[in-house]
Design a protein around this ligand. Structure first.
Ligand code: PMT
Length: 404
């Protein structure tokens, strides 16, 4: 039997939706896998499944109120938050998601969430229109930005008999995600990972530059995921407005491709894995004017551009037995161009994202990628959030490194 969950402390949060009946089965799966589970249920949750069932399955009294009515005993959400190795909220209704996103601490489940020092996973369940509503989507995005892992609902027949996206993921799927979470936790401990992210800006004069639309979201998600798995991460970031997402990340801010190259070469020396997701400007003005170029002083303007260094190729030339991963952002002949780049830059793997796909590329919260390896194998992934794409990329890197 898989030992990943043995002895793990899981807080199972149950809110008031019809999918709560599946939580009993999920709880049983956690217990069978060796976890200790403490159920925290909202007042509405109890309308859908009885605490007696959940207490019998978990072997622990279910927590729901702040105080036990008959004894006045205080149920400490702080202690629960500290006890937890992982909190899983399943089902999470639109209301619970909204309260979690906005810190509305009016029940034990939310106060426990706010006190939890552990990672948190949420399996939403609701009607399709509620799921699609912009306020729900905004709350889900807010939770993701706090590092909460969302187990996306599935499409199918809903309690309303309407058909669409909103069904809670099946308990087996949630169990798999939880097992994956624990097995990944320390999987990169002792490894040094270099990530480049964001655009580079190539200055024309003190007020103008050549740049691109990269927000850094993809690269920051990769750095965060590697840090979560215990890696010591160096993140070399072009000019972006993102916060550093994890304390295990040392961030170096740069502006131009030349600066990025210099920092990447230094960090590459003692790294094990490098993921180059930055959108590096291929060209820079040959000369940077120290003073603002005045419109009145010119009759049109020609800027001669020179090629920037190719950072990926420079690292590729010194790769040794490190794992080197690049990205390819393409508009056409995607696979062919990506393969060409992988070979030319001596990469082990290239992550192809296409600007043809509206869910992929610059400044989106989602991406759709195909990962191509140097042995020619290709895996095409569906569109996912950039955080989930980052998990897929790191999973592929770990599998690649294991086979070496
Ligand atoms: O930052 P986001 O808004 O989240 O957007 C993410 C992204 C679209 C920028 C990212 O997913 C992505 O595709 N990054 C690579 C973009 C790119 O520059 O692709 P490319 O095909 O031009 O470059 C191929 C590879 O060579 C890349 O790994 C790139 O980092 C590297 N390169 C490119 C040029 C150069 N002078 N030096 C390089 O190292």
């Amino acid at each position: 039997m898989d030992q990943t969950l043995k002895g793990k402390h899981i807080v199972l949060g149950i809110s008031g939706g019809i999918a709560a009946y599946k939580s009993a089965y999920l709880l049983r799966l956690f217990i069978k896998a060796g976890a200790e589970v403490q159920v925290v249920i909202t007042p509405n949750g109890k309308e859908f499944i009885t605490p007696a069932t959940l207490a019998a399955l978990s072997g622990k009294p279910v927590v729901s109120e702040f105080f036990a009515a008959n004894t006045g005993e205080w149920h400490s959400h702080v202690d629960l938050g500290l006890w937890s190795d992982l909190m899983v909220v399943a089902p999470a209704t639109a209301s619970t998601i909204g309260k979690m996103a906005n810190g509305i601490a009016d029940n034990m489940l939310i106060t426990t969430y706010l006190s939890a020092k552990s990672p948190v996973m949420v399996a939403p369940a609701m009607d399709l229109d509620m799921w699609a509503h912009p306020s729900t989507q905004r709350n889900v995005a807010t939770l993701e930005s706090y590092g909460v892992e969302i187990i996306q609902p599935a499409a199918g027949e809903l309690a309303s008999h309407l058909v669409g996206k909103g069904r809670m993921a099946e308990p087996e799927e949630i169990l798999k995600r939880v097992e994956r979470h624990f097995s990944r936790r320390e999987s990169l401990k002792g490894k040094k990972v270099l990530v480049t992210a964001g655009p580079t800006y190539e200055d024309i004069d003190p007020v103008r530059f050549i740049g691109n639309y990269s927000s850094g979201k993809m690269g920051f998600a990769i750095a965060e995921e590697a840090a979560r798995r215990g890696a010591d991460v160096t993140l070399i970031a072009g000019p972006v407005s993102l916060e550093t997402p994890h304390s295990g990340i040392s961030r170096i801010n740069v502006r131009s491709a030349v600066q990025m190259l210099e920092e990447a070469m230094k960090a590459f020396r003692d790294c094990d894995i490098a993921v180059l997701s930055a959108a590096v400007a291929d060209y820079a003005p040959e000369k940077r004017s120290d003073r603002k170029i005045k419109r009145e002083n010119t009759d049109g303007l020609t800027i001669r551009l020179v090629k920037n260094p190719d950072i990926a190729a420079a690292l590729g030339a010194e790769k040794g037995n490190r794992t080197l991963v690049g990205f390819a952002l393409e508009t056409d002949h995607e696979i062919e161009n990506a393969l060409g780049k992988m070979r030319k830059k001596s990469l082990d793997m290239i992550v192809l994202n296409s600007l043809q796909n509206p869910l992929a590329g610059f400044n989106k919260d989602t991406n759709q990628v195909t990962i191509i390896k140097s042995d020619g194998s290709e895996t095409e992934y569906p569109a996912k959030t950039k955080k989930q794409v980052a998990c897929d990329i790191i999973d592929e890197i770990e599998a690649f490194a294991d086979k070496r």
